[in-house]
Design a protein around this ligand. Structure first.
Ligand code: GSH
Length: 197
């Protein structure tokens, strides 16, 4: 699979993790430099990563790419969702926390004095509320929302690692869900894909 993306994006990382787990090789086109951004614009009007080109198709969005990977390769040692609607709520919540914090990160990076504004506070409050809710969804072992390592757990680990990497949200505030990251820290697919500059 040709994958447009960076080594830092949490959305790209979740695709890299699943690809590793199911045995799909990745030929990554780095979208960090200007040439990579230009190449991304050729394949996607959304201009966000990840984008995959595979089997003569172009697929936008991490979750669509993950669906392609699991439909074509099976789940291997990744846990498939048992309760699809609950799993969708969990992954949608993680995506909303990420999206809120990513918007703050982009605004700060562009020099907008966002910190301390009501907008920034709303985004941080949203992330706090989501992590508190996610904590209540955890199973008794504190490792998973259902059982094992699935897309929801992988997405959460990628989100927390990215927030730390960018100092974009104080993950101490994420509370109890930290136990998920702790539980899966050494999984080879996660260990091999930690964000780096
Ligand atoms: N829903 C998308 C979100 C992707 C996303 O937000 N990617 C970020 C990088 S972490 C991006 O490319 N942002 C560029 C921009 O918004 O201009 C997915 O799951 O793939």
């Amino acid at each position: 699979m040709k994958l447009y993306g960076t080594t830092t994006s949490p959305f790209v990382r979740r695709v890299r993790v699943i690809a590793h787990e199911v045995g799909e090789p990745i030929d990554r086109l780095d979208t960090a430099p200007d040439e990579g951004q230009a190449a991304l614009r050729e394949v996607s009007p959304i201009r966000r990563v990840p984008v995959a080109v595979v089997d003569g198709r172009t697929i936008f969005d991490s979750r669509a790419i993950i669906e392609w990977l699991t439909i074509t390769h099976g789940w291997h040692d990744v846990s498939p969702p048992r309760d699809k609607w609950r799993d969708l709520n969990i992954v949608n919540a993680i995506d909303a926390a990420l999206d809120a914090v990513i918007q703050l990160f982009y605004l700060r990076r562009d020099g907008v004095a966002i910190d301390g504004t009501p907008y920034a506070q709303r985004q941080l409050d949203r992330a706090d509320a989501i992590f508190a809710w996610l904590g209540k969804q955890l199973g008794a072992d504190g490792k998973s929302f259902e059982s094992g390592l699935g897309v929801a757990e992988i997405s959460l680990v990628c989100a927390l690692d990215w927030m730390d990497f960018r100092n974009a949200y104080p993950t101490k505030r994420a509370g109890i869900v930290e136990s998920v990251r702790e539980a899966w820290r050494d999984r080879p697919s996660l260990a091999a894909s930690r964000p780096h500059a």
